[in-house]
Ligand binder design. Structure first.
Ligand SMILES: Nc1ncnc2c1ncn2[C@@H]1O[C@H](COP(=O)(O)OP(=O)(O)OP(=O)(O)O)[C@@H](O)[C@H]1O
Ligand SMILES: [Mg+2]
Length: 312
């Protein structure tokens, strides 16, 4: 499949800090690439280097096969960016802001109006067209920021943490909007430290930590990297050691730990892990509550690769 963007060996330091450290990235045409990493892992720095807004120390960034430079206006025209920090004009209304940013690319008034109306529908700002940015809630302001970045229908759209500090309704609106843009043909780069969003949205995922790629693949292939296949937890009083030994004897059990009132168990691929556990608990008259079983998450992948949690 065709790579629209190829980043090779990207290095960017701020004084002594290597914020991006020999990073490679491939973005395939028509796909959504997720750049997942904790705060300070180098996501925004990577994006800003890709856009040639920041000068890199070394490495290569090719977009549509051409090396990206600050003067690559032909390439920049094809890219829409929604920056992490909201950047709109306070003195312009919602409509005027979108019109201004779209107008940087689209000069034809009729065409521009069509694009703006389509974008307003997509982000759900119809009821707020005359509002000034300061009159909008955090979530609505984010939607305006997105509208300004995408109205000109760019082929590539970069979203840098567009859902930070937004209410659940706006969050869903934003994620659904990105899916629609992608269905209409846009190639998307999506940075986030929310693994559930990345998992829901992205075809390919690159996990970064301290400026380095630590794993890449689809959500499924990343989860195959780790030993844990099923996580089970239940609440119970302290269970005595001979029963714990029986639980430990389940073939596919990897570990068992007690945290507050809960026992947490992890299993490799195995048949009937849950049933085996329930049988042991019942046979030994253990009272338990809130039993649940879940698949590993990208957080478990991150934890297993780095020894720390991805979550805030
Ligand atoms: N202008 C700057 N000057 C000095 N250090 C910087 C600058 N910008 C970022 N950094 C540092 O570089 C590292 C990477 O920062 P960056 O903003 O790229 O991370 P991020 O993954 O986008 O984080 P977040 O999730 O918080 O947005 C961090 O340690 C940060 O403190
Ligand atoms: Mg950032």
């Amino acid at each position: 499949m065709e790579n629209i963007i190829e980043v090779r060996g990207l290095v960017k330091s701020y004084k002594k800090l290597k914020a991006v450290d020999n990073l490679d990235l491939d973005v395939k045409k028509g796909k959504i690439l997720g750049l997942l990493g904790p705060n300070g892992s180098g996501k925004s720095t990577t994006i800003n280097c890709m856009l040639a807004l920041l000068s890199k120390d070394s490495g290569s960034i090719k977009i549509y096969g051409k090396e990206m430079t600050p003067e690559s206006y032909d390439i920049k025209e094809k890219i829409g960016v929604v920056f992490q920090d909201v950047g709109v004009y306070d003195e312009l209304s919602v409509y005027e802001n979108i019109d201004y940013f779209c107008g940087l690319y689209i000069k034809d008034k009729k065409k521009r109006k069509e694009l703006i109306d389509e974008t307003i529908d997509l982000v759900g700002l119809n009821d707020f067209l005359k509002f000034k940015p300061k009159e909008l809630s955090g979530g609505l302001l984010r939607r305006l920021n997105i509208a300004c970045g995408i109205a000109h229908k760019p082929e590539i759209i970069i979203f840098d943490e567009p859902t930070v500090a937004v209410d659940p309704q706006s969050r869903n609106n934003i994620l659904e909007g990105i899916k629609k843009l992608n269905e209409k043909g846009a190639t998307v780069i999506y940075t986030s430290h929310y693994m559930d969003e990345v998992e829901e949205l992205c075809d390919d995922i690159v996990i970064i930590d301290r400026g380095k790629v630590i794993a890449k693949g689809t959500s499924e292939s990343l989860k195959d990297l780790i030993e844990v296949n099923e996580k089970v937890s239940f609440a119970s009083e302290i269970i005595n050691e001979d029963v714990i030994e029986k639980i430990r004897a389940i073939d596919s059990l990897i570990g068992i730990e007690k945290k507050d009132e809960f026992y947490h168990l992890s299993f490799t691929h195995g048949k009937d892990n849950l049933i085996k556990l329930i049988n042991i608990l019942n046979e030994n008259s253990i009272n338990y509550d809130s039993l649940s079983s879940e698949s590993p998450s990208l957080n478990d992948v991150f934890l297993s690769l780095t020894g720390k949690e991805l979550r805030d």
